[in-house]
Design a protein around this ligand. Structure first.
Ligand code: SF4
Ligand code: SF4
Length: 250
């Protein structure tokens, strides 16, 4: 890793590189993510940041943090594994979609066209990483009890958060009801709506452990390209040939 890292915060550098990538032709940019498992504290700030950013309802999570126990007694410890969509370069989810509602964009991101998606959930079954969930139109406040003067904020939570349109894919989706993305498959999209305005994905900026890195793998001078050259790099389930764009550092 270069000495630049000593004088410039990782997030500042990734932000600078992301803005530089904006000036390039779309197919000159291939987005990739690296997650340093050794730095993940398991705080779930990325999960919650993503839920808030994308107004995710009950049952829909784009970036869960899995926990596992490693080692042998008495030398055991817990390890945390954030697991977003892998944005596979050879994605099984795309092949099974009967209406071509899910596909790769020019920058390597697996996207969903909510207007085309018929909610058949074939992609949920096909994804070997369980990265997709279905939106059944629920609200977190549905099961919150009413208690006048005792439980406060239910109405405000629904109006100020749950009914606020999500900004996914650069569109203002309508307030939750019977329209998309309700009834569709949903998953991580690398916060394309944030990238479009020069901002990093929210899981990168909310990570208190600085464990998540993001950038243009086609830029040989980028932090992400440096990390991808590390001998510690690996992907999940490489034997499946899905070729993830999300990598891990052991
Ligand atoms: S992780 Fe799953 S949803 Fe994401 S691109 Fe790969 S197969 Fe598709
Ligand atoms: S916020 Fe960072 S440290 Fe916390 S769980 Fe997410 S990746 Fe790990």
């Amino acid at each position: 890793m270069s000495n630049t890292l000593l004088s410039e915060d990782y997030v500042v550098r990734m932000q600078r590189e992301l803005r530089a990538a904006k000036g390039k032709k779309p197919d000159a940019v291939q987005w990739a993510m690296v997650i340093d498992v050794a730095k993940c504290a398991g705080c779930h700030a990325c999960t919650i940041g993503c839920v808030a950013e994308n107004k995710l309802p009950p049952g829909v999570v784009y970036r869960p943090v899995m926990e596992e126990e490693i080692g042998r007694y008495p030398n055991v410890r817990r390890r945390f594994l954030p697991r977003p969509c892998m944005h596979c370069m050879n994605p099984p989810c795309v092949k099974v979609c009967p209406v071509k509602a899910t596909f790769k964009n020019k920058q390597g991101v697996t996207v969903i066209d909510y207007k085309r998606c018929i909610g058949c959930r074939a992609c949920l079954v096909a994804c070997p990483y369980a990265a997709r969930t279905a939106d059944f139109g629920e609200f977190y406040t549905d099961k919150t009890p009413e208690a006048a003067d005792r439980i406060l904020g239910r109405k405000e939570a629904r109006a100020g958060y749950e009914l606020t349109p999500a900004k996914e894919y650069g569109k203002d989706w309508p307030a939750r009801g019977k329209k998309s993305p309700v009834g569709n498959a949903r998953k991580c999209h690398f916060c394309l709506h944030r990238i479009a305005v020069g901002q990093l994905p929210v899981c990168v900026t909310t990570c208190i452990g600085r464990a998540t890195y993001f950038g243009n793998r086609n830029d040989p001078n980028s932090l992400i390209a440096e990390l991808l050259a590390s001998p510690r790099i690996y992907t999940l389930k490489p034997e499946l040939g899905t070729k993830p764009s999300v990598y891990y550092l052991s």
